[in-house]
Structure formats: C-alpha cells, structure tokens
Design a protein around this ligand. Structure first.
Ligand SMILES: Cc1cc2nc3c(=O)[nH]c(=O)nc-3n(C[C@H](O)[C@H](O)[C@H](O)COP(=O)(O)OP(=O)(O)OC[C@H]3O[C@@H](n4cnc5c(N)ncnc54)[C@H](O)[C@@H]3O)c2cc1C
Length: 413
C-alpha cells in the first residue's frame, strides 16, 4: 500500500533544487541500490528540498517542531519504514531506512532525530516484545505517522549507565504505579506513546528493569521543562515527570526484568540511524563548502584554487565516503542477519556510529573554516550544521561507550 505511494510519487514531475552531488558512490562491497531504494531516496530528497528547506532557518530560530511536515513524511511511508505492512508499516529494508534518514538530515537534522527515535528506538522493540493487542493499539498508529513515539531511559543521574536508573514501578493488582524523572526525551512534548524504563526490582540492578507503554493521558504523567539546547533546536528534548503514574498491567512491554535487554537492543538498532544522520549532515556541509569555494574570491581568485582549501574539501569528501561505506555495511548486515551487531557477533553499528559522528564534527569544523566569517554567522547554513553535529557523538551512546562495545567485541574469547 505504502509502496504504491512511492511508485505514484515517482511519476510526479521533479521540480526545485537538486543537490549538486550524487549521493552514492559505490563502496567495495556491492551496494548498488535497487530501483525501489533509488525511488525512496529521490522522493525524500525532493520532499525535503521543496517542503522543508525553505522553512529551516525560521523553524530553528523559533524552536518550532515541524510535526505537520513529519506527518507528511509519514504519508510517504517514512514513519514506519522497518515495520511490516501487516502492522501498518512500509516493510522496507535497513538500506532504504538509512537512505531516508540521510536525505532528511541533509536538509534538517532535527527532523531526522525525531524520525530516528520513532522509527527505530520505539517501533523496533514492538516487533520483538509487544503483544498483538499492544501492536494493534499503538504500532499501527506509530508506523503511519499518526502518532510519534518517545523513548524514556535517561535520567538526571543515569545516562550511559542505564542500569543505574532510579525510576520505580510498583505493581498493585492490575496496574503499576510509576515514579521518577526522565530527561532528554526526544519527541517528548508531542508523542502519543512513551516507552518508559523503570525498576520493578531495585535489588536486581540491571535485571530489575521493566519497560512500559505510557500514554500522556495516564494519571500522574507530566511533561516537564524543555532543554535549552546548543543545536537541533527544532527537535524538542523534554523532561518527563512520573508522579504515581498509573499504568495498566496490559501496558507492560515484555516481561518484568526484560527492560534493559529491550533498551539495549533498541539502542543497538538506533545507532545506524545516527550514523545516517551524520553522513547526511556532513554531505550537506560539503555541498555548501564546494559551492562557496567556487563562488568566494580572494587575492583575485576563487578560494577553491588555493591548495589549503582544496585539501580540506578532499579530506571532507574522503571521510564522508568512508563513513558511508561503514554505514551501508552495517545496514547490509542488519538486512542479512536481522541485527547490525549481535547476530554476527560484531559491532558494525557501533563502528558506523562512532566513525560517522566524529567524522561529521570534523567535516562541519572545516565547512565553517572554508566559509570564513560567514560560517560564524546565523546567516549561513554551516553555522547551524556545526551546532547540530555536536550531539551526534553523545546521544544513543557516547563515543566512549561505542569504543567500549567495539573493544569488548574484539577481546571476546
Ligand atoms: C539532544 C539529545 C537527545 C536525547 N534523546 C534521548 C531520548 O530520546 N531518550 C533517552 O533516554 N535519552 C536521550 N538522550 C540522552 C543521551 O542518550 C545521553 O545523554 C547519553 O547516553 C549520555 O548520557 P549522559 O548525558 O548522562 O552522560 P554520562 O553517562 O554522565 O557521561 C558523561 C561522560 O562520561 C563518559 N563515560 C560514561 N561512562 C563511561 C565509561 N564506562 N567509560 C568511558 N567513559 C564513560 C561519557 O562518554 C561522557 O563523555 C538525549 C540526549 C541529547 C543530548
């Protein structure tokens, strides 16, 4: 059903700005895209350039969360890309998913963060752990984009150390009572369902965590303060306060004690999404830099004629291609084995996330340098990209945590 939308859209005339660079050069492994993947990439690219690009500056300046634009992407099938069609999703592969996120991040990184959380961190756990009743109630609406999902693990005193969360859930016959505070909840001001992690057995540490599907209308649920962020200002990050929040037992996701397993598998899947954001954002910074290097004159020449600028551009391009190869490899492994890390005993999604997020920061640094003082002005796109990129090495597992995962995998006997 959604696929027919992709086909229909492909027949629409292509108008508007076309990015100067072809996105996909081929890594050594055969990553040539199928006709359907090309159609998805081009459709999202066209949508972002016509419907979103003209508004990005204003949205970022006013901290506007573009829910309507996200819903339109939902109509195109972008809100439930990895979910089978019988549950209302597009039933697409991980390569299609990362292509979509790259294209979104290339224009508006904040939107790609919202899409990454709802598509992956929230919906993937439904596939493995939700009952059919839970899927009927929430997954269909999430996958169509009717509602957005939010993922509530982090707390003021526990981020990387997920087992250290303090939120509690106490069972009382047919319901649980949840107490605690969650921070940095992406989509938190506008979600229809929240996966909340809380301890049902504090003595069991990580093994005592349980996941719950919480609706904002449930008694005791409150949206708290909004974070005043450095970048990605169009993507809301909020505090969620649970004060004797009543959640029926039928809204427990999985079994008691399975929460940490659910959270870690969601994050593992989410990492390829962050790598895709990083590649898309870096590509946009390179595109802007090439344009500027051609246009800006100094000492009677285009600055692109100076070797110092050329070498920066060459390094940016090379690093983006290296990150893209890691990203597509991780997506390919996910498609072929069901998991980007665990099933192959590898840490491909961590490697892609680590390298791509750090690469994006090096690339935006150079993009600002190439733009000179303009790069330091809110007038330029690279100024926003510089701020937007910074969080990529922090959320969904910091670079230090990715290195720990990769090294643990290497050293495993
Ligand atoms: C914009 C944004 C959106 C977010 N969205 C969400 C969301 O939707 N849901 C959610 O639950 N969370 C979300 N987060 C939270 C994010 O996942 C955490 O910030 C991240 O996991 C790091 O946790 P922390 O900030 O508490 O840092 P800490 O864990 O306190 O880490 C501080 C520093 O110590 C280092 N460190 C910690 N442990 C180790 C170790 N074992 N070895 C080496 N170094 C270590 C870290 O790498 C870091 O450099 C978001 C954060 C941001 C900024």
């Amino acid at each position: 059903m959604v696929f027919s939308l992709w086909v229909r859209l492909s027949l629409a005339p292509v108008t508007g700005h076309q990015p100067p660079h072809e996105l996909n050069s081929s890594p050594a492994m055969d990553f040539s895209l199928s006709d359907q993947q090309i159609l998805i990439r081009d459709t999202v690219r066209e949508f972002m350039h016509t419907e979103v690009r003209p508004h990005v500056k204003e949205w970022e300046r006013t901290d506007h969360f573009p829910v309507d634009a996200i819903r339109k992407l939902g109509d195109l099938g972008c809100c439930g890309m990895l979910i089978p069609e019988n549950w209302g999703g597009s039933g697409l592969d991980a390569i299609s998913y990362v292509l979509m996120l790259e294209e979104v991040a290339r224009v508006h990184t904040a939107m790609s963060t919202a899409l990454s959380v709802t598509n992956s961190a929230v919906q993937i756990p439904f596939l493995s752990f939700a009952s059919d009743t839970q899927k009927s109630r929430y997954l269909r609406r999430l996958a169509s984009g009717e509602i957005l999902g939010a993922f509530c693990l982090t707390e003021p005193a526990a981020g990387s150390d997920a087992a250290g969360i303090q939120a509690s859930a106490v069972r009382d016959s047919a319901q649980y009572k949840l107490n605690g505070t969650k921070t940095w909840v992406t989509n938190g001001s506008a979600a229809g369902v929240y996966i909340v992690f809380a301890k049902t057995n504090p003595a069991a540490a990580g093994k005592g965590i349980t996941a719950f599907l919480v609706e904002p209308s449930m008694p005791g649920f409150k949206i708290g303060r909004h974070e005043d962020k450095m970048g990605q200002r169009s993507s809301p990050s909020v505090e969620i306060v649970l004060n004797d929040c009543i959640v029926p037992c039928e809204n427990r996701l999985g079994e008691e004690g399975q929460g940490l397993k659910i959270a870690l598998s969601a994050l593992d899947n989410g990492r390829i999404g962050i790598a895709a954001q990083a590649v898309g954002l870096a590509q946009a910074a390179l595109d802007e830099s090439v344009k500027y290097a051609r246009a800006r004159k100094a000492f009677g020449k285009s600055i692109g004629e100076f070797q110092g600028i050329q070498w920066m551009l060459a390094d940016m391009h090379t690093e983006i291609e290296a990150a893209r190869a890691l990203l597509y490899n991780a997506a390919y492994l996910k498609d072929s084995s069901g998991s980007s890390s665990l099933a192959k005993g590898g840490s491909s999604s961590s490697r892609a996330k680590l390298y791509a997020s750090e690469m994006a920061n090096r690339v935006v640094y150079k993009a600002v340098q190439i733009h000179g003082s303009l790069g330091y002005s809110r007038e330029s796109d690279v100024e926003r990209m510089y701020r937007d990129a910074r969080v990529l090495t922090v959320y969904e597992g910091t670079s230090e945590i990715q290195r720990t995962i990769i090294a643990r995998d290497l050293l495993r006997a």
